[in-house]
Design a protein around this ligand. Sequence first.
Ligand SMILES: N[C@@H](CCC(=O)N[C@@H](CS)C(=O)NCC(=O)O)C(=O)O
Length: 207
Amino acid sequence: MIKLYGLRMSNYYSLVKAVMIEKGLEFEEVKAPPTQKEDNLARSPMGKMPSIEVNGEYISESLAIVSYLERIQPEPALLPADPVAAAKALELALHIKLDVELAARRLLPAAMFGGTASDELIETTRQEVTRGMQAVSQLMVCKPYAAGATFGIADLYTYYSMGLASAISQKMFDADLLADYPQISELMTMLASHPSIAQVTEEAAAK
Ligand SMILES: N[C@@H](CCC(=O)N[C@@H](CS)C(=O)NCC(=O)O)C(=O)O
């Protein structure tokens, strides 16, 4: 059985968990905070969460894990069969992850863990996130899902990466990240009640 390491509070842990639920895979959750300790580094070279263990092999990085899960359990497919459509879905997911979430994440300690951030860092981050949102909206399909007619990888990154970036934006810039993007906002609302995502949210709240 697959072991999922990390904590339920993590957006990327939650994303991987939602994928396993979506695909009906059996898995065991193992509480493992992100640390630089040897056992954690063996699972995840940067010491981050999530990671999974399969037959004694460890895999970190959410996209690598999702790609593995897609191969071992192709149904329901989280990427379109058409090669161009699949590449476009991944392109969108990566822009959300790298140009919005990763940019905003620099302010995570100040936004949620009592840290501090200089005005300059706040302003450069705000500009980067704003630019990232423009790129994302250029690619976002919203018909009705992020990359087209069916639920998939781009929706998972929309929900989990954009969700974190929105929370950071609200706290640090006093701005609604999605104010200029009502279609993405509606999609986020729809995704919140998607069964696998709703189950992950419910279980995280229950601890
Ligand atoms: N690129 C990684 C990012 C994982 C990540 O940033 N995990 C966060 C929690 S959501 C973490 O472990 N943070 C603690 C740390 O950076 O030490 C992925 O997609 O899995």
